[in-house]
Every structure is written in structure tokens, then in C-alpha cells.
Design a protein around this ligand. Structure first.
Ligand SMILES: [Zn+2]
Ligand SMILES: [Zn+2]
Length: 201
């Protein structure tokens, strides 16, 4: 595998995503964007019929999808004296653009880099490479901890993470150490915390 940084450049716009709250030992998960397009798929009779590389000619923003986000808003009645009366609330669906995130497992060892190579082959890109009308200069690199989409990341031996805690948890997974499950007793929480502390990242 070529050095990831070669195809994983700096830059891109900010994007607010959810961050991990629990730090269980898990392999690094590189965040990429997958191409999807119903229009192109329908044109050839379904997505299974899409030719390799179809996304390069898709003109429908293939790395971004829209989903409806429910938004509650008040309903007012205008009164003759210029004031308003609150009648109630209604829920409207607001279409919201969402990048097509996928998490690609990136673990050290025999399969190192294979997941990413495969993802690149099926047209996935790094968020910094996105060229969409909505994000013309891409989106900033994401944290590589599982289910974490933070963007204030630092480089550790294991990859890019929001915190040393996350880098440690990945290090533990890579070393194949069975981590004590937290939350059962104060002692196991403590033991787990101590194990995290002892791992060098
Ligand atoms: Zn298309
Ligand atoms: Zn993170």
C-alpha cells in the first residue's frame, strides 16, 4: 500500500459530525465517501448494471445524498392589532445534504491497506477529494476512530484521531490485547483506564 498521505491530502471544508463517546478497542476506521446515484443506476437498469468507473461521468453529485430532516416550527395567526397568536406547531421535512460516509477498516498486519485499496477501486474517495457544488473544495479529514467523525484530529502512530485516548484504544486492538470491559464494576473501569494509560501511542 502506498503511503496513505499521498492520496489523503490536507484541506477541505469543516463538517460537523458526531464523535465517539466510548473508547473500546477497535481497529482504525478510515472515513471515505462512496459513490451512489439512482439516476445513473436507473438509466442502465439497476445499480448492479453500473460499469466500473461510472461515477467519473455521473453529473448528479454522486458522493452526496439528500435526506429529509424533521424540523418543528410554530404556526402563528396574525391579529388585527399587529401581534400574533400561537396556534400550535407543525413538523416540516427539510431536505439536508449528507456526504455518503463509509468506514473502511484499516488495521496493521497482513491486510494492511487492503480495505482502502478495495474502496478506491470501487470509486470511494477521501473527503478532501470531494468536488461537489456543495463542497467544492472537499471536506476536512475525519477522525479514524470507529463511529467518530471529529475533524480536530492529530496524527498518531495508528492514524489520525481526536484524542490520545482513541489512538490508545486502536493500539490495543492492533496489539490484540483483550481489554477489560468497562462499566461492570468500578474496579474494571479502573483497570480499563489503567490499561489505556499504559499503552504508548
Ligand atoms: Zn448520476
Ligand atoms: Zn475521534
Amino acid at each position: 500500500m502506498t503511503e496513505l498521505t499521498a492520496v489523503n491530502p490536507e484541506g477541505g471544508a469543516s463538517w460537523t459530525g458526531r464523535k465517539a463517546t466510548r473508547h473500546i478497542a477497535t481497529a482504525a476506521q478510515v472515513k471515505m465517501l462512496a459513490p451512489r446515484c439512482e439516476t445513473c443506476a436507473d438509466a442502465v437498469g439497476g445499480k448492479n448494471a453500473l460499469q466500473n468507473g461510472w461515477q467519473t461521468t455521473c453529473e448528479h453529485d454522486p458522493y452526496v445524498s439528500f435526506r429529509d430532516r424533521p424540523v418543528r416550527q410554530p404556526i402563528y395567526e396574525d391579529l388585527p392589532d399587529g401581534t400574533k397568536r400561537l396556534l400550535g406547531t407543525e413538523t416540516i421535512m427539510v431536505p439536508e445534504a449528507v456526504p455518503n460516509w463509509v468506514q473502511i477498516t484499516h488495521s496493521r498486519g497482513t491486510n494492511y491497506g487492503k480495505g482502502i485499496e478495495k474502496a478506491l477501486r470501487r470509486g470511494c474517495i477521501f473527503p478532501q477529494q470531494l468536488r461537489s457544488p456543495l463542497w467544492p473544495n472537499g471536506i476536512k479529514r475525519r477522525c479514524q476512530f470507529r463511529d467518530c467523525y471529529g475533524e480536530n484530529v492529530k496524527r498518531y502512530n495508528q492514524g489520525w484521531f481526536c484524542s490520545e485516548k482513541e489512538a490508545r484504544a486502536v493500539r490495543i486492538a492492533e496489539k490484540g490485547i483483550t481489554m477489560e470491559v468497562g462499566g461492570i464494576s468500578p474496579e474494571s473501569d479502573e483497570k480499563r483506564a489503567r490499561m489505556l494509560e499504559e499503552i504508548v501511542v
